[in-house]
Design a protein around this ligand. Structure first.
Ligand code: ADP
Ligand code: MG
Length: 310
């Protein structure tokens, strides 16, 4: 038995010769924002749509809110909300009409009051009488999230919700997704944006070529790397001696490029203090001191050997 709200075991899906999803197991806890992070073609959408009950698995089991997705699809459907990608079907309807239409399709409350509440939640109150096609990309995404919420679902599925949005619209959507989580709902989303996974998700499954490589909180994923960061500085006077800095505590690698020294370290704080002490003792002058911590990008590179570009 498990009290996870979603429990996926040994999920597999083939398309001809392609194994799109290869023996995937994962659990999602109630009330978290769970992200599936991976490049295009990793199998994110196929995994998500099998969990939603929209695609038939070739193998494995999926339990959502205690119900088997294949055998008990009706009970699952009542408890989930799915963000739709296409709004083009509804060009002739207004935002408010769309919300009440969807609510009625779901057998939910489509009254003007409820429609207003939903539009308020996604900051589209003023757009209620506008046609959906006149909305910006970010507004359309927010509308599609409102549509996913009409049946007051326990779990909301979002497939690449911020793809194509500008940075400001993306941040607004993150706030909206967090506020939905804070109402007690569980969110499962897919993304190929490292930063989004790192800043938005409580836990992340890192997916590549149909398999889940790692699954944990962003901090724990980053902590699996041996390095905890790097320090670099431009030396303005004497040329620094790499060997001297290579001996400092925690340093894994010291490299010099022109006047710029870079230290990889397994202990950023310790190395930074030693770096400052050493340069002060020897009166070595520098500027542009920068420290960096590893990111999920480094995690992905480390475990897959590939860079995940945005
Ligand atoms: N309906 C389909 N028919 C055939 N192949 C598919 C289909 N859907 C997805 N695939 C293939 O399965 C793999 C995973 O696709 P997908 O789940 O869409 O990945 P992602 O969402 O991570 O980009 C890809 O190789 C893709 O080409
Ligand atoms: Mg996809």
């Amino acid at each position: 038995m498990t009290d996870s709200i979603i429990d996926v075991q040994n999920l597999t899906k083939r398309y001809g010769q392609t194994i799109a999803v290869d023996d995937v197991s994962l659990r999602v806890e109630a009330g978290e924002i769970f992200g599936i992070l991976g490049p295009n073609g990793a199998g994110k959408t196929t995994t998500l749509e099998m969990i939603e009950g929209l695609r038939q698995p070739d193998g494995g089991t999926i339990t959502v809110a205690g119900f088997d997705v294949v055998r008990d699809a009706e009970n699952v459907k009542r408890r989930i909300g799915i963000q739709l990608q296409s709004t083009s079907l509804f060009d002739h309807l207004t935002v408010g009409e769309l919300v009440s239409l969807f609510a009625e399709l779901y057998g939910a409350d489509g009254s003007p009051g409820r429609t207003q509440d939903l539009l308020g939640m996604v900051s589209l109150t003023e757009k209620a009488d506008d046609h959906a096609q006149t909305l910006s990309g970010g507004q359309q995404q927010r509308l599609s999230i409102a549509l996913a919420l009409v049946n007051d679902p326990e779990i909301v599925f979002l497939d690449e919700p911020t793809t194509g949005l500008d940075p400001q619209a993306r941040r607004n959507l993150w706030d909206l997704i967090r506020s939905i989580r804070d109402q007690g709902k569980t969110i499962v989303l897919t993304t190929h944006y490292m930063e989004e996974a790192e800043l938005l998700c409580d836990r992340i499954a890192v997916m590549d070529t149909g398999t889940i490589i790692l699954c944990d909180t962003p901090d724990n994923l980053i902590a699996t790397l041996e390095t905890t960061g790097s320090i670099s500085a431009d030396f303005t006077g004497v040329q620094p001696d790499e060997a001297l800095f290579a001996q400092l505590p925690g340093v894994q690698n010291a490299s010099l490029s022109g006047h710029r020294l870079t230290l990889q370290t397994s202990n950023l704080n310790q190395t930074l203090i030693a770096f400052i002490e050493t340069t002060r003792e020897r009166r070595m002058e520098f500027d542009q001191l920068i420290t960096t911590r590893p990111t999920l990008e480094d995690v992905f590179l480390h475990y897959t050997g590939k860079a995940l570009r945005e």
